[in-house]
Design a protein around this ligand. Structure first.
Ligand code: SF4
Length: 435
């Protein structure tokens, strides 16, 4: 079957720009071969002369003969990294957040992708339940490493039950086969109280650590429960007591792993420490933050960045009042941090936003919506000069919240400038140079 990659952007002054490629053009073949994804493409283009067949938007095909340096980039970005379509998952996990998504949101939020290529390219987690011998051969042949694998449990029958998939139980064989081919992996566990915690978690850590260092890291995140759970498996959230028992168990493992291999190996997401009222681990315990993109170590990383520089400003000539918004769980570390900031003529209020959109059990800043922010601000007094929101609540590269409200629309509702802080440095900068 023939596939084509649709050009999304042509980098100015690149080879592609000089050849007149435009957004909307389709890449049909390279040297006569159909290409299924950008991994294939990068191999096909590793030559000094290549022939591309391009289909223009009017349906006409052009042949482009290109002479270039062996590793010279063509300067094309594609609409999708996979030209044959994103692989969908074959599971029906009992904890799936896509099944708990509010109705009427943008289509991409309902896509259940489980594609090893996106795992290699972007760090998306895959379960490997839809990967057959051909896929494993390709991973080996192209050495697609490291991969990011959702393990959840190494107990075969429990994994089959959690993923609702009869072929989910061979995870240890799959991991071992990949490791035998030199593939390294980061892993994650979505922890569900009473299902895969306690002894089951001990077993999973033991099994995965036995495959270290090829299994580079193991992240544990708590199950997220939204209010859209009709027809979903009955699950509970972590109480402070249950969160504490996870923290205690993982602390022990981290000490043990550091003694035997020099890394913590297993890392908890911040929600566990915040729910259990336990200190966030020190910076060194995160070993370079191998799963920061997965939200592991965000608070420690933020605190570290915050401590690297001091606030340097003479302050403001007129009184300013900035509201710094966050999810309920972030209030615990953000409030003490900002309480001690003293800037002339500046009042800072940390305002936690309750998540009414997804439900009260969702406390992270990254799932806040524009409508919840408006509702919180309308109940929390007036006289603000501006509002600072967490950048994680916005779609990457765009000023749009999960409920499709734009930053501009939010600004219109609240009547003062709204800015997003994407990091500790960003927050410091906004506080000392508000305009
Ligand atoms: S793998 Fe499981 S959690 Fe992920 S999208 Fe599929 S059903 Fe949902």
């Amino acid at each position: 079957m023939a596939y084509s990659g649709i050009v999304a952007r042509v980098i100015p002054d690149s080879i592609s720009a000089q050849l007149g490629l435009e957004p909307g053009d389709r890449l049909i073949t390279v040297d006569g071969e159909s290409i299924i994804d950008i991994i294939d493409l990068s191999f096909a283009l590793a030559d000094e002369s290549v022939e591309l067949v391009i289909e223009k938007k009017n349906g006409e095909q052009e042949i482009l003969e290109i002479d270039k340096e062996y590793d010279e980039d063509l300067g094309i970005e594609f609409e999708s990294a996979v030209f044959d379509g994103v692989r969908r998952c074959a599971n029906k996990c009992i904890f799936c957040f896509v099944d708990q998504m509010a109705p009427g949101m943008r289509e991409s939020l309902y896509v259940k992708d489980d594609d090893y290529r996106l795992s290699f390219l972007y760090g998306n987690f895959v379960t490997l339940t839809n990967s057959g011998p051909q896929d494993f051969n390709r991973i080996r042949r192209l050495h697609l490493s490291p991969l990011y694998v959702s393990v959840h449990t190494t107990n075969s029958s429990l994994r089959e039950k959690m993923l609702n998939n009869k072929s989910a139980g061979k995870i240890m064989e799959q991991l071992s086969a990949l490791i035998a081919s030199g593939i390294e992996m980061h892993t994650q566990i979505v922890l569900c109280p009473g299902i895969n915690d306690g002894d089951e978690l001990e077993r999973t850590i033991t099994d995965l650590y036995s495959l270290h260092p090829s299994i580079i890291s193991m992240a544990i995140v708590p199950v997220g429960l939204s209010r859209y759970r009709e027809n979903c498996y009955s699950l509970e959230v972590f109480t402070p007591e249950k969160a504490l028992s996870v923290v205690t168990a993982v602390n022990k493992w981290q000490q043990k792993c550091r003694k035997t291999s020099g890394t913590s190996f297993v890392y908890l997401s911040d929600e566990f420490y915040l729910a259990a009222n336990q200190p966030i681990p020190e910076y060194d315990m995160y070993d370079g933050f191998p799963q920061l993109e997965n939200g592991i170590g965000l608070v420690r990383n933020f605190l570290h960045e915050w401590q690297q520089e001091s606030i340097v400003t003479t302050g403001y000539q007129t009184p300013h009042h900035l509201a710094v918004l966050c999810g309920i769980s972030a209030q615990k570390f953000l409030e003490p941090l900002l309480d001690v900031v003293k800037i002339h003529n500046l009042t800072i209020s940390v305002i936690p936003v309750k998540n009414e959109f997804f439900g009260k059990d969702i406390t992270v800043s990254g799932l806040l919506t524009g409508q919840d922010i408006i509702s919180t601000l309308s109940q929390s007094g007036e006289g603000r000069t501006g509002v600072i929101i967490p950048g994680t609540a916005l779609r990457k590269g765009e000023g749009v919240f999960l409920d499709n409200m734009t930053l501009d629309e939010l600004e219109g509702y609240v009547g003062v400038p709204v800015r997003a802080a994407y990091s500790a440095d960003g927050l410091r900068e906004l506080l000392q140079t508000w305009r």
